[in-house]
Design a protein around this ligand. Structure first.
Ligand code: ADP
Ligand code: MG
Ligand code: ZN
Length: 487
């Protein structure tokens, strides 16, 4: 069957807005569609653009219908990238889709339109349900299947040396009825050191441009989290080894063009600047004046791996596996989002409340970071945690995991301290909505398998949420886990 799109004047008259009167779309969306059609007239000749179906920081996604050569009509997702996107970034996103897409639960790409700085990536449209809407009605079997298919997509892209960097339910589409899955959004993807995706190599070059501070080994950040009885205080400090510090001099203004920062504190001060804040829960002025270590940190805070949060410069495909672990934790506990952090230090503290502070300190050491925590946070039993959050255990059992009040101080990119509001460490209960069960094959009132969750589920979770990226399971290994033996 010839399924190519008829690129004629088919929709020339109704392509943009005129035929949408039946559908209730907002005036804003309508005007966005009109601007898009003006920016890329060819798009309106090819598609009837029906609605906006997604909007993020870097793109807007529209639903478009095209008439195919055989007379049939097909739906497409049209991703309009913001015109300020870097050309290499755009090309890399396309290359990820063309090289890895269209199989193994990875979204494919059909066409691409460009006029001047406007680029639209055309993908097959996949109807899907938002996890936030269906989490309350998912059966355990669905959760198992969802994670299995997500790991399959990860194994596939990781083979090419692609790191997705933004693994979260919004980027892993799930069609409940058809039981189909698709990984989307390679807008933040990066390559491993030996990536096969040529353009991802170029991105590394982009990132390591003239302002790179990757070489500043002596400015290795460390993370200090101090927890008192009432509160958990988190700070980012930047010393190296204790012994070196007392004798070390730090030039005050070693920053490049982009570092204005807090240099005023040190400029003109000619005495040696030594630092003694190491292993304390404060950040001294010397440290505040130093350039922050820069490491990739794209993605969504609540899904970021510990090595990302603590700015480890060597990050690999393991960061996607961590995010898959957070998704599994979310699905097993019935809470979405599981972690909602206002900044990286809060996110790191939240991870420690579940995985344990001692474990975090140890793992961080393995990837070259120092984490300080003034109070020990015990590692939690994942089954007890998930069952408690699901309401399957008495409330008393929540106590050990109840949240210390969060009062965090963290240095931002300019080395300035910032405070954030108190954030609950654990998410609120997600209430089921009566019309949740669309397409699900579970009956209302039954246990949906939540009374018989096998130990394997929590064992896999434990290995996906391994704080140490070098011992964390790979996606390929995770697929061999006994939890999936029947799949
Ligand atoms: P962004 O970079 O803005 O997050 P995404 O590629 O993640 O862009 O797309 C945003 C949203 O658009 C997705 O979360 C999804 O809901 C929808 N979307 C993207 N691609 C498709 C597709 N092929 N089919 C259906 N919906 C899609
Ligand atoms: Mg996205
Ligand atoms: Zn200091």
């Amino acid at each position: 069957m010839d399924s190519s799109v008829v690129c004629t004047e088919t929709f020339a008259t109704d392509g943009c807005v005129k035929s949408r009167h039946k559908k209730n779309i907002s005036r804003d969306v309508e005007s966005d569609i009109e601007s898009l059609c003006k920016a890329i007239p060819q798009l309106a000749k090819t598609f009837r653009i029906i609605d906006k179906i997604g909007e993020g920081t870097f793109s807007s996604v529209y639903l478009g219908e095209a008439r195919m050569r055989d007379g049939s009509r097909e739906m497409f997702a049209l991703k309009h990238l913001i015109p300020t996107s870097h050309p290499t970034r755009i090309a890399a996103e396309l290359q990820c889709l063309t090289v890895a897409g269209g199989r193994e639960n990875v979204m494919g790409v059909e066409y691409c339109f460009r006029k001047e700085d406007h680029v639209v990536i055309v993908m097959p449209y996949m109807e899907h349900q938002a996890i936030v809407d269906i989490i309350g009605s998912l059966s355990f079997e669905e959760v198992r299947l969802y994670i299995y298919h997500l790991l399959k997509a990860l194994r596939h892209i990781h083979q090419f040396g692609m790191i997705h960097r933004d693994i979260k339910p919004n980027n892993f589409l799930y069609n409940r009825k058809a039981k189909t899955f698709a990984l989307v959004d390679f807008g933040l993807a990066q390559g491993t050191a030996d990536t096969q995706i040529e353009l991802l190599k170029d991105l590394v070059g982009l990132r390591k441009g003239p302002r790179s501070v990757f070489s500043e080994k002596n400015l290795n950040s460390c993370v200090s989290t101090s927890t008192t009885k009432q509160e958990t205080k988190t700070q980012l400090v930047k010393p190296t080894k204790t012994g070196e510090l007392s004798s070390r001099r730090f030039p005050a203004a070693r920053g490049g063009p982009a570092t204005v920062r807090t240099q005023k504190v040190q400029r003109g001060v000619h005495q040696p600047l030594t630092c003694n804040c190491f292993r304390t829960d404060r950040v001294c002025n010397v440290c505040l004046s130093r350039k922050q270590q820069v490491a990739p940190r794209a993605g969504t805070p609540g899904f970021r791996a510990p090595e990302v949060l603590s700015k480890c410069p060597n990050q690999g495909t393991a960061i996607d596996v961590w995010s898959a672990g957070i998704i599994l934790l979310s699905l097993l506990s019935g809470r979405y989002p599981f972690f909602k952090a206002s900044d990286d230090m809060v996110a790191l503290t939240q991870i420690m409340t579940i995985r344990g502070s001692r474990e975090m300190v140890q793992a961080a050491k393995a990837f070259g970071k120092t984490v300080l925590c003034s109070r020990e946070l015990p590692r939690l039993d994942l089954r007890v945690l998930c069952e408690t959050l699901r309401g399957r255990r008495a409330d008393e059992e929540v106590k050990p995991i109840s949240r210390p009040k969060l009062d965090c101080d963290a240095s931002d990119e300019r080395g300035q301290k910032q405070s954030c509001e108190t954030t609950p460490l654990l998410p609120k209960r997600q209430d089921k909505t009566p019309n949740d069960s669309s397409g699900g094959d579970c009956q209302v009132g039954d246990e949906q398998g939540w009374d018989t969750v096998p130990d394997e589920a929590y064992d896999l979770l434990d290995h996906l949420l391994d704080l140490n990226p070098t011992s964390r399971l790979t996606a390929a290994q995770a697929l061999q886990h006994p939890l999936f033996k029947h799949l």
